[in-house]
Design a protein around this ligand. Structure first.
Ligand code: NAD
Ligand code: ZN
Length: 343
């Protein structure tokens, strides 16, 4: 097992990666009553292995429950339990459970101690790291939230044994993103990875999760509140979000296509070779991720026009500068339209 520590202005976080799900109690503060927040599916599979808690609160599943109503339901349960400032909230689940637990913990009694046991690949390499919490509001994703670091994050790759393959692929979209923007050697390691044979092998997945945690944590540490470098983590996401809205794709699938378009744009700007664009698409396909989609280009451009990263007819865009490096540039929307039409 490996431990990585993040220490920033919004708190201090210990991330434990390895076979830790049965030993979590050893790391949790002994003096605090424990309340677990989880979802129905995770509870069904893993309740027998949860650390001993005073209460387990289930929140259903799906993006539709990531709302202030669910937050209010949890506050009510905490109040009826007479939970005071000494409570420790542990979210056991995917990104949805983590984001909600973090938000409740940031606001209940003006803030209580909290941590996550991340059970999806996406939550282990992305949602659990970095200290962003939140819920959706009026149909807008993550509209209301806080920056607050979970004290502890447990990432056990044995959770992937029950995770549907599509969820694994979506997690890999973020992993490829980390390699593409920050670590050429990691990219090469992933090129030798076999989704079919290795994704459910905890000994293979542990170093992959750890490497991604390190990359995300390092970027976040340098830019906790997303003023500069953290924006590199939006690689594939500007277009990805527009595709999620217009083409009804899953987040990871949309990001995969977004990364491909950003790579083609990087080639157009002589930052990336045709060979490297091909390497990215072969890698994404090997992880069962789409690299192109039938897109309604005017609708996508329209959605991009509404993006908060837009300035006039330009938009801030993350480009690859070779494999393992990224830079942020202002791009003309009409150039983007050209790339999307040609793909
Ligand atoms: P999720 O939490 O909905 O989990 C996906 C599905 O897998 C759910 O149905 C869940 O019940 C099930 N599941 C979870 N663990 C399982 C396991 N071990 N075995 C079997 N099934 C399991 O989705 P997600 O992809 O983990 O997270 C998506 C959310 O994360 C989004 O709401 C997104 O906004 C958020 N997010 C937040 C950040 C951040 O920085 N805070 C970053 C990225 C994503
Ligand atoms: Zn993402």
């Amino acid at each position: 097992m490996k431990i990585h520590e993040i220490s920033g202005k919004t708190g201090h976080s210990r991330i434990l990666v390895g076979k830790v799900m049965d030993d979590a109690a050893m790391y949790l503060p002994e003096e605090c009553p424990l309340v677990i927040i989880t979802d129905d599916t995770v509870r069904h599979y893993y309740e027998g292995r949860f650390p001993k808690a005073s209460t387990v609160i289930s929140i259903g599943t799906g993006e539709k429950i990531k709302t202030l109503d669910t937050v209010a339901m949890i506050y009510e349960r905490l109040v009826s339990l007479q939970a005071d400032r000494s409570v420790f909230l542990l979210g056991i689940g995917g990104g949805i459970v983590c984001d909600i637990t973090g938000f409740v913990a940031s606001t209940y009694l003006r803030g209580v101690r909290f941590g996550y046991m991340a059970t999806t690949l996406l939550a282990q390499v992305d949602a659990g790291v970095g200290g962003k919490t939140g819920v959706n509001f009026m149909g807008y994703k993550n509209m209301v939230g806080t920056f607050n670091q979970p004290e502890l994050v447990f990432c056990d790759p044995r959770f992937f044994q029950t995770l549907p393959e599509e969820e694994l692929s979506c997690g890999f979209a973020e992993i490829v993103k980390h390699a593409a923007i920050a670590d050429a050697m990691y990219f090469e390691t992933l090129e030798h990875f076999s989704m079919k044979e290795q994704v459910r092998d905890p000994d293979v997945m542990e170093p992959i999760v750890y490497r991604s945690v390190l990359i995300k944590a390092a970027i976040v540490n340098r830019d906790e509140r997303e003023k500069g470098e953290r924006r590199k983590l939006n690689f594939g996401h500007t277009l990805g979000h527009a595709l999620e809205k217009t083409a009804g794709l899953r987040h990871g699938q949309a990001v995969s296509i977004g990364m491909m378009s950003a790579a083609r744009l990087s080639m157009e700007k002589n930052l990336l070779s045709a060979e490297d664009v091909l390497r990215l698409s072969v890698l994404l396909e090997s992880l069962h991720l789409p690299t192109r989609a039938d897109m309604d280009v005017p609708a996508v451009i329209d959605a991009l026009g509404r993006d908060k990263k837009r300035e006039g007819d330009m938009i801030y865009f993350v480009l690859m500068n070779g494999i393992g490096d990224a830079l942020i540039e202002k791009i003309r929307l009409d150039l983007l339209e050209k790339i999307l039409t040609e793909q």
